[in-house]
Design a protein around this ligand. Structure first.
Ligand code: SAH
Length: 213
């Protein structure tokens, strides 16, 4: 996975490659998906949600420029894989998940794999960030947003990085925003496809399709 999918596609940060070689990705998905754990794609984790493709996790992690001791916020825990990769880089990680069942399961999996003390999983709407532990050196949003939530920019430290997919419910562009004293710079990294960020500063909850009644 690291050689063929990450390094071959231009992920060069040695520490990111090492972190992704260390974290057991198969522990962060339902057992029936684990034969495909190291394949080049996103996989279902239940509740209509997914674990992101390894390359996208690497790209976001590299862009976030995470160093040992950094305080990092993740919005959209899923089952906790990205949070574990951030912890493997030596960060103190706060991660928010709106689905309580996934949040509980992520806590269990992070504990089992040894990342339980470095990562705090918080239940709730992450579009409001998590003021209790702000400011953050980096914030990663792992669900697709219609626009940048101002609250997340407010919770970034000076020089902090926000990595966030912005676009429609179906397709987005991955943005890297850097907060400097006078202004925020914004760079597009590449196209991506995330599940929607649902919340006060995200998308409204989708209505069930008609055939569900
Ligand atoms: N980061 C995960 C993948 C997350 S998939 C990994 O490493 O595998 C996106 C997740 O975002 C889903 O679990 C979804 O429930 C969650 N999510 C969507 N909107 C959210 C919000 N407003 N706050 C917190 N979590 C949200």
């Amino acid at each position: 996975m690291v050689e063929d999918q990450l390094r071959a596609r231009g992920i060069l940060d040695r520490r990111v490659l090492d972190a992704m070689a260390t974290v057991p990705r198969h522990e962060f998905m339902p057992i029936e998906q684990s034969p495909a754990a190291y394949e080049d794609r996103a996989l279902p984790i239940g509740e209509w949600e997914t674990i992101s493709q390894p390359y996208i996790v690497a790209l976001m992690t590299e862009a976030a420029g995470v160093h040992v001791g950094d305080r990092v916020l993740e919005v959209g825990t899923g089952l906790g894989y990205q949070a574990a990769v951030l912890a493997a880089l030596g960060a103190r990680v706060y991660t928010i998940e709106r689905n309580a069942g996934l949040a509980d399961e992520a806590r269990r999996r992070l504990r089992r794999t040894g990342y339980g003390t470095a990562v705090e999983v918080i239940g709730g709407d992450g579009t409001d960030g998590y003021a209790a532990a702000a400011p953050y050196d980096a914030i990663l949003v792992t669900a697709g947003a219609p626009r940048v939530p101002q609250t997340l920019l407010d919770q970034l430290a000076e020089g902090g990085r926000l990595v966030i997919p912005i676009g429609s419910r179906q397709v987005q562009q991955l943005h890297l925003l850097i907060k400097n004293s006078e202004r925020v710079t914004d760079r597009v990294l590449e196209a991506c496809q995330f599940v929607p960020l649902v919340g006060r500063q995200g998308w409204p909850k989708a209505a069930w399709p008609r055939f569900f009644g």
